[in-house]
Write a protein that binds this ligand. Structure first.
Ligand SMILES: [Zn+2]
Ligand SMILES: [Zn+2]
Length: 141
């Protein structure tokens, strides 16, 4: 399969023990149906329950994802136009989903954002991203 962003040949990579197709050039990833859920499951199993310790990385990834976010990608598997959709309610993470095969295209940084979203969802008393942002701006202790 070829990258819908730049036409590079996608290579197989292991993320959380799940094989996914990734672009070596732009670092985007194509996930077939069930693969994102499998990564989510694996992530839950070995996660510690603590919120992420490195919010700077998360926020720089978020900036990068916003900058690289473009029109819906063409599915590398079935060549259909994919539809940008919010990954989960309140996640604010938009991924391209294919209506044909159900696959998802994630631009660079978006997989990390989703993993961080899982962590924040699970850490019931952990600060939300908004709270962390307010803390950093000095608006909240
Ligand atoms: Zn690419
Ligand atoms: Zn497809």
């Amino acid at each position: 399969m070829l990258c819908p962003r730049d036409g590079e040949k996608l290579e197989v990579r292991m993320v959380e023990g799940v094989e996914i197709d990734a672009c070596p050039k732009c670092e985007g990833t194509f996930l077939e149906p069930g693969e994102l859920e499998a990564i989510e499951d694996a992530h839950h199993k070995h996660a510690t329950g603590e919120p992420p310790e490195q919010p700077d990385i998360v926020e720089s990834a978020l900036d990068m994802a916003r900058q690289t976010r473009r029109a819906g990608a063409i599915c590398p598997k079935c060549q259909l136009q994919m539809t940008p959709r919010e990954y989960a309610y309140t996640s604010q993470i938009v991924v391209d989903r294919c209506g044909g095969c159900g696959g998802a295209w994630l631009d660079v940084g978006e997989l990390e954002l989703i993993e961080d979203f899982f962590d924040r969802e699970r850490a019931e008393n952990g600060p939300t991203m908004l709270a962390r942002l307010l803390q950093r701006m000095g608006l909240r202790q």
